[in-house]
Ligand binder design. Structure first.
Ligand code: BES
Ligand code: ZN
Ligand code: ZN
Length: 521
């Protein structure tokens, strides 16, 4: 897919795409008066005649594709646009249309970005394991941007960086577990750190983890022939360059910088067999995605550093393989976590929370003011909210609101779950301080367990992405496999936290109240 952003149509297009919602065409100010009338009569006739999404009609003597920007149920208006662009790109590639012109002269910037991301999503394929790779037909999308050309070009640069992060996340997740071991993940992270200016990396291997008392990793990882690792990536944009690269390096060293240190922590089980509490075969292949949290935080910090967002951000990847071996942790074993609490391993399949206890400790050691952890943590969350909504738990109201709002702006849905203290007692063990399973409310029990390891006075949000990270049937812009869920919301969170610290808190609050223009659907 190529894009070419122009002020007026070049006349080179083989087809024109018009986005419509019910009876009105969106972003249509470039149509001739005659064409407006034609379009109106087409849309008026919609109820009577066979008129469908992606229908081709002659308007102004040009082949015109009508794209329904409100087709699916339950999506935000921005997501409708993204889906519509995705479908359009798929259709155009299938029909081998070389150049498609999209009329967006009067689209709002965030609408344009959403459409662009939809086109990018359509371009993704993961065929590394196919014996023959099929080349998809390359479509060029001419974006008619009117007076917004310069702004749209900047947005396109930002969207390309974000898309790269989404693609990286998906590729890591979709790679099978024997090819993406903890050591391989480290290799990937090292390469990323090397080629991303401003991004530094620290890697701890099994020996170092044991020496420093990160026993969650050791306990989970010791049963595998692939040793566990913990990676800490750091980027400090709070001093120096302001604004994004794509915004043209708006350098102003006098602007107040953020005192926040946002730390992402990602569950990185490159495979989860369940350990000695073995999983049933049916649910096992999907466990290649049990490192989704780690992949997402790695990709997000890469994008944040590339965009040069003015905030300090770190990402901790907690990598291990939960396998069966003669050194595997045994149910009933007790270990001492990094913060000194003792934990009895009641169920070896509840391993994510054990490695995350180290990730949370590391976040505290490096001075986190805000922690967001991402984990494919519980089957209970999948049963509660399915694949379309991620549940999150949070100990800080402002951060919780920020998560919801950032998610909404990125077309990623979050639902706030309770850290229900009544269930905390169920985590108590006879011999140890804690055990790693709790009440029937599995997702809440896991979050309450994690809370035991959150450093004091730190705002913390835990995202359980077990349902949203990977889909086994077609969902929105993913056919099968990794969705890339969370990457954009993390980037947006860093963006909003950095802008709230420099200009004014008011601006951030306005954002939170819905800066994004909506299309009536
Ligand atoms: N990785 C799984 C959770 C999971 C389930 C992720 C489905 C993606 C899709 C996790 O390690 C796990 O096995 N959790 C157990 C915990 C239980 C033993 C307390 C679960 O949820 O069943
Ligand atoms: Zn497990
Ligand atoms: Zn797991």
């Amino acid at each position: 897919m190529k894009t070419n952003i122009v002020s007026t149509a070049t006349g080179k297009a083989n087809a024109y795409a018009l986005f419509f919602v019910k009876k009105s065409i969106q972003f249509s100010n470039i149509l001739s008066e005659e064409a407006e009338k034609q379009v109106e009569s087409v849309l008026n006739g919609m109820n009577d005649g066979p008129f469908e999404d992606l229908e081709f009609l002659e308007i102004d003597n040009q082949p015109t594709i009508f794209v329904d920007a409100a087709k699916e149920r339950g999506l935000s208006s921005l997501d409708h646009l993204r889906m519509a662009a995705y479908r359009l790109a798929k259709k155009a590639s299938k029909r081998q249309i070389p150049v498609v012109s999209i009329m967006l002269a009067d689209a709002a910037p965030e609408q344009f970005k959403s459409i662009l991301l939809g086109l990018h999503y359509a371009d993704y394929k993961f065929d590394a394991y196919k014996s023959k790779q099929k080349e998809a037909f390359q479509v060029t999308f001419e974006i008619v941007a009117g007076e917004q050309v310069a702004e749209f070009k900047k947005i396109a640069e930002v969207a390309a960086i974000e898309n790269k992060a989404i693609v990286l996340t998906k590729n890591l997740i979709n790679t099978s577990a024997s090819d993406l071991t903890p050591a391989e993940f480290v290799e990937n992270a090292n390469t990323i750190a090397k080629f991303t200016p401003g991004l530094s990396i620290k890697v701890r291997n099994m020996k170092q983890l044991e020496k420093e008392g990160f026993m969650g990793h050791v306990t989970v990882g010791k049963g595998s022939s692939h040793e566990p690792y913990m990676i800490t990536l750091s980027y400090d944009g709070s001093k120096g360059a302001r604004g994004t690269k794509a915004a043209g390096k708006n350098v102003n060293k006098n602007v107040r910088t953020s005192a926040d240190h946002l730390v992402f922590v990602g569950k990185g089980l490159t495979f989860d067999t369940g350990g000695l509490c073995l999983k049933p075969p049916k649910s096992m292949p999907e466990m290649i995605s049990d490192m989704s949290g780690a992949a997402t935080v790695l990709a997000a910090i890469q994008a944040i550093a590339t965009l040069e967002l003015p905030i300090k951000v770190s990402a901790v990847c907690c990598l291990a393989e939960n396998a069966i071996g003669n050194k595997s942790v045994l149910p009933g074993d007790i270990f001492t976590a990094k913060n000194g609490k003792t934990v009895m391993v009641d169920n070896t399949d509840a391993e994510g929370r054990l490695v995350l206890s180290d990730g949370l400790a590391e976040a505290g050691l490096i001075g986190a003011t805000h922690i967001v952890d991402l984990a494919t943590l519980t089957g209970a969350m999948v049963r509660a909210l399915g694949y379309a909504v991620a549940g999150f738990f949070c100990n800080d109201d402002a951060l919780a609101l920020n998560v919801i709002n950032c998610g909404e702006a990125c077309c990623e849905k979050f639902w706030s779950m309770p850290l229900e203290e009544e269930y905390a007692d169920a985590l108590k063990d006879h011999f140890a301080d804690l055990k790693n399973t709790g009440s029937d409310a599995g997702a809440i029990a896991a979050a309450l367990f994690l809370q035991e390891f959150v450093p004091e006075n730190t705002a913390w949000a835990h995202w359980d992405i077990a349902g949203t990270a990977f889909v086994s049937k077609s969902w929105k812009y993913t056919d099968f496999g990794a969705t890339g869920f969370g990457v954009q919301t993390l980037i947006e969170l860093a963006r909003r936290m950095s802008s709230a610290s420099d200009e004014s808190e008011d601006a951030a609050n306005e954002d939170a109240d819905g800066e994004y223009a909506t299309v009536e659907v």
